[in-house]
Every structure is written in structure tokens, then in C-alpha cells.
Design a protein around this ligand. Structure first.
Ligand SMILES: [Zn+2]
Length: 264
């Protein structure tokens, strides 16, 4: 045996013993680590396109507040002084999306995230106005908000949009606003992979109907959850039965009732 190896051998044995003593237990012996369930995204449908969304970190966002005159909003939820969100998000200026935004912002001090051109006409303090446009990103609390296109109108000011909410845990929620199916939805999927879609389905004279909305999801998205909205509020819009028929067999569909809260 080589001299240097003979000298080194006892140390080598000790080192091996030591290594064995601190070796990690086998997989069978290892204590099972419980994966904590992710904190939920909480969604309350207030009727039509209005939702209250609370992030896993507790940031509350109110989307498209049309409440006091909204025939589908439960009476208990029409009182605008009950809302204290971090921000109010308005997809476009039409009354059925924006009617109570200013009143709630004034009463609560909440910021308003909306098309720049429209938001600055509200007469709110500058500190409460968060003007955006398509492609823009702003952050409210622990939520990153991406403004994306919608194919609709927005008179008198600004342009129609949808919003993708990106949460701190990487999950995403897409409120489509009012829209028709359009090819750039493929880019919204490619960039943000929305896991929850609050989907305009109402049809009638103004937006995509349930069949077009179902096609939009099949062709462009891969959500885990689809919450239909903007239907049954007025007689010209699709009914819940129309929506269920268009999405028949799609287990991702979650038909909520106004006032209902679900966690995802
Ligand atoms: Zn609308």
C-alpha cells in the first residue's frame, strides 16, 4: 500500500462513518411534509359584470360597480357605503359597468383603475385616479393588473378593456369586460394563462352570446374555472339556461347566483 494512503485510511473511515451518521433518512423514513393549501382567491358576484375579488394576500378589488340600479344585485349589496376596496376597476364607461364607481370611490377613498381618458373626467383627487390603457400594467396591493383589449365601445371617453389580475402566487384571473370573440385572445392566453375567467356571455344586441363565448374559451384559453357574467340582467340578454346549454358538459363552468361568494 502506498504510504500516504495508509496514513490517510483511518481518517477516511472516520469520515465515511460520520457521513453515514448524518445521512438523510430514506424517503420511506422521512416525515411527510404537508403542502399548505394555497390561500384562496375569493370571488363574489354582485350581478351583471360586477365582482368583488379578494386576493390570497387580502387585497380587495371591486370590478365594474353597477349596483344601485342593477336589477340582479341583491338589495343587501346595493348599499355603496359597504364597500371599502383598495381599488375599483372599470372596464369601460357604459353605465352598466361604471355607474357607482365615483360614489364608492368618494365614500371609501378607493383608487379607480380605468381608461385614462375616462378616469380623469370623474373629478376625483389625482391620488385616486389610476389611468391605464391597453398593454398597461399597474399594481394595487399584492395584485398586478394588466389592461388587455376588449372588442366593444366606450363612449363618451376612453376605450373598452378587460383586466387580467395576476396574484402573488402566480395565479391569474381574467375579467373580459364586454366583448366579442377576437383573435388577440390567443395573446392574452400566451402572456397570462388565465386560470379563472369571468366571461361575458350575455349576447343580445351588444356582446358575444353564450355560443361565441364558449367557442372563445375552447379556441383560445385553458382555464380551470369559467364564471359566466353579463347575462339575465335584462330581458334582451341570454338566460342561465342558454349559458348552460352552450357550455354543456364543460365541468369548468361555475354558474354563480348574484350575491354568491366562491373561493378558488
Ligand atoms: Zn355591458
Amino acid at each position: 500500500m502506498h504510504r500516504s494512503l495508509r496514513v490517510a485510511a483511518p481518517a477516511l473511515v472516520l469520515a465515511l462513518l460520520g457521513a453515514a451518521a448524518v445521512a438523510p433518512p430514506s424517503a420511506a423514513q422521512a416525515p411527510r411534509r404537508r403542502h399548505a393549501a394555497p390561500k384562496p382567491i375569493t370571488v363574489t358576484w354582485l350581478g351583471h359584470a360586477a365582482f368583488l375579488v379578494t386576493s390570497p394576500g387580502g387585497t380587495q378589488l371591486l370590478l365594474d360597480p353597477f349596483l344601485r340600479q342593477n336589477p340582479s344585485t341583491p338589495d343587501s349589496l346595493k348599499d355603496t357605503t359597504r364597500y371599502h376596496p383598495a381599488a375599483i376597476l372599470v372596464t369601460h364607461s357604459h353605465f352598466d359597468h361604471s355607474a357607482d364607481a365615483k360614489a364608492i370611490a368618494t365614500a371609501s377613498g378607493a383608487k379607480v383603475v380605468a381608461a385614462y381618458d375616462w378616469a380623469q373626467t370623474l373629478g376625483l383627487p389625482d391620488t385616486q385616479v389610476v389611468g391605464v390603457n391597453v398593454g398597461g400594467t399597474v399594481r394595487i396591493g399584492d395584485v398586478t393588473i394588466h389592461a388587455v383589449p376588449a372588442m366593444h365601445g366606450s363612449v363618451p371617453d376612453g376605450r373598452p378593456m378587460g383586466f387580467v389580475l395576476e396574484f402573488a402566487d402566480g395565479r391569474t384571473l381574467y375579467h373580459t369586460g364586454d366583448t366579442w370573440i377576437f383573435g388577440d385572445m390567443a395573446l392574452i392566453q400566451a402572456m397570462y394563462h388565465p386560470g379563472i375567467i369571468l366571461l361575458c356571455v350575455g349576447g343580445g344586441p351588444f356582446t358575444e352570446n353564450p355560443r361565441a363565448a364558449a367557442l372563445a374559451v375552447r379556441r383560445y384559453f385553458r382555464p380551470k374555472v369559467i364564471v359566466p357574467m353579463h347575462y339575465a340582467t335584462f330581458p334582451v340578454l341570454a338566460t342561465a339556461a342558454d349559458v348552460r346549454a352552450a357550455f354543456r358538459g364543460d365541468r369548468r363552468l361555475r354558474v354563480m347566483v348574484p350575491g354568491e361568494t366562491r373561493q378558488f
